[in-house]
Design a protein around this ligand. Structure first.
Ligand code: FES
Length: 112
């Protein structure tokens, strides 16, 4: 379901997410890992920049970080940055309407 005028896409109901347990969604061909922590929703790229594993959704949530299950790199849920502060995962805007979660992705431009 699309929210046409603003580019947000419906992914699921907030009540369908468990605290600190990620889920994977495909939005406009982009893999998005979505987490609920302290009742707040975060959406990040599902693809780890370390070795491009598609497992971020399966990561362990520790404080405000998600830990990649492959080799333990940590990413801030809110900013996507690594715990060292360097660039990590893309993050995506989230919109909540009643119990519904919408996410807006911004696909990378193709480079020729
Ligand atoms: S692939 Fe994520 S830490 Fe190595």
């Amino acid at each position: 379901m699309k929210s046409e005028e603003d580019g947000f896409t419906f992914i699921c109901l907030k009540s369908e997410l468990k605290e600190n347990i990620g889920r994977k969604f495909i939005v406009d061909e982009i893999e998005v890992a979505v987490f609920k922590r302290n009742d707040e929703i975060f959406a990040l790229s599902n693809i780890c920049p370390h070795q491009q594993t598609r497992l971020i959704y399966d990561g362990f949530v520790e404080d405000e970080f998600v830990v990649c299950p492959a080799h333990g790199w940590k990413f801030n849920l809110r900013t996507g940055k690594k715990d060292s502060g360097s660039n990590g995962l893309d993050t995506y805007p989230v919109m909540i309407v009643d119990n519904q979660i919408f996410v807006k992705v911004h696909p990378k431009k193709l480079r020729w």
